[in-house]
Ligand binder design. Structure first.
Ligand code: NAI
Ligand code: ENO
Length: 289
């Protein structure tokens, strides 16, 4: 049987792009994967790891006959890539992305894709890690994980279905939100926690006794700060792209901290226990979902 996709072109062959390629390959859903990147060393590594078949050099030639193009770079890079591919996209070529924010990526697509906009179906895989680069890519990264599509009113239904199928070939469970819903949800459950984790480690790192502090830190610290090992460039772009929603989340969190600050200041045992009990109940139920 012919694979679902003859040729897939990936911009940014790191954790997300590399895992997409490996997953489609494992599913037998792609014949050829071509990679474009910022650094030759990364692309050569991706070739050695069997993630891409070829390193692309001619964008016009490669995207013209591709079935699918995936943008998997930091989100601030995507506008320029849309502009570079737009004039050359084939009539049947679909474009999707793996960016963690959607309002900005959709705006960049609208600004740069021109009459090719209907061919872009935005996506966000809710799977990843604090690790970056092609060497971190895994064929099963998306297995059983959610992918959120934020389709545009301009997208033909069959194009959305085909991109949905691509992520399903990767093992993902696909759902849909509007870009605005998406960015509000992920500001709360992903972007805020990453910012808090970076903030805690940064704060401790400023102290004179930082080595002593870290030497005694245990698994609670490890759990809370794993994601502070994530890519600074990627998280800089996410925070700026989702600035308004993140500012709202930060204010809400600051209010919550203030409640706890006051409870502690007043030695209000009942308030502390109430907050901790409610949080524990919700956290336990969530892990059993
Ligand atoms: N790391 C994670 O857990 C997740 C990341 N994402 C999103 O996926 C995207 C990629 O993230 P990762 O794969 O983790 O990053 P990564 O750092 O592993 O890979 C990104 C790759 O893009 C390349 N790149 C950067 N600028 C480029 C450009 N202008 N043209 C071509 N290639 C370029 C880099 O050299 C790198 O190889 C980001 O938009 C991120 O927000 C989404 C879900 C999870
Ligand atoms: O490392 C983790 O646990 C993550 O939360 C990974 C992650 C990072 C960014 C996303 O947009 C989605 C998932």
């Amino acid at each position: 049987m012919q694979p679902a996709f003859r040729k897939v072109v990936i911009f940014g062959v790191g954790l997300i792009g590399g895992s997409f390629a490996l997953a489609l390959r494992k599913a037998g859903a792609v014949s050829e994967v071509v990679g474009f990147g910022r650094s030759t060393a990364t692309l050569e590594q991706a070739m050695q790891l069997g993630i891409v078949d070829r390193i692309g050099s001619d964008i016009a030639g490669e995207v013209g006959d591709a079935d699918l193009v995936l943008l998997a770079t930091p989100v601030a890079q995507m506008g320029e890539i849309f502009a570079r591919i737009a004039p050359h996209l084939g009539a049947h070529t679909l474009v999707t992305d793996g960016g963690s924010t959607k309002g900005d990526v959709v705006a960049a697509a609208r600004a740069n894709l021109g009459d090719k906009l209907p061919q872009f179906i935005p996506a966000h895989p809710i799977a990843g890690a604090e690790k970056s680069g092609a060497s971190a890519a895994q064929a099963d990264l998306y297995q059983g994980k959610k992918v959120v599509l934020t389709p545009l009113p301009e997208n033909p239904g069959e194009s959305v279905a085909r991109v949905r199928k691509a992520w399903e070939w990767c093992g993902a469970v696909v759902s849909e939100l509007t870009p605005q819903q998406h960015d509000a949800v992920f500001a709360a459950v992903s972007h805020l926690p990453h910012l808090l984790s970076f903030a805690l480690v940064h704060d401790l790192a400023q102290r004179d006794n930082r080595d002593q502090l870290l030497s005694f830190a245990a698994s609670g610290f490890r759990d809370f700060t794993r994601i502070a090992a994530s890519s600074p460039e990627m998280w800089r772009d996410i925070c700026l792209a989702n600035r308004d929603a993140m500012l709202r989340e930060l204010l809400q969190y600051a209010n919550e901290l203030h409640v706890l600050y006051q409870a502690l200041e007043q030695s209000d045992a009942a308030k502390l226990e109430e907050v901790f009990s409610e949080a524990r109940k919700v956290r336990s139920a969530w892990t059993q979902q």
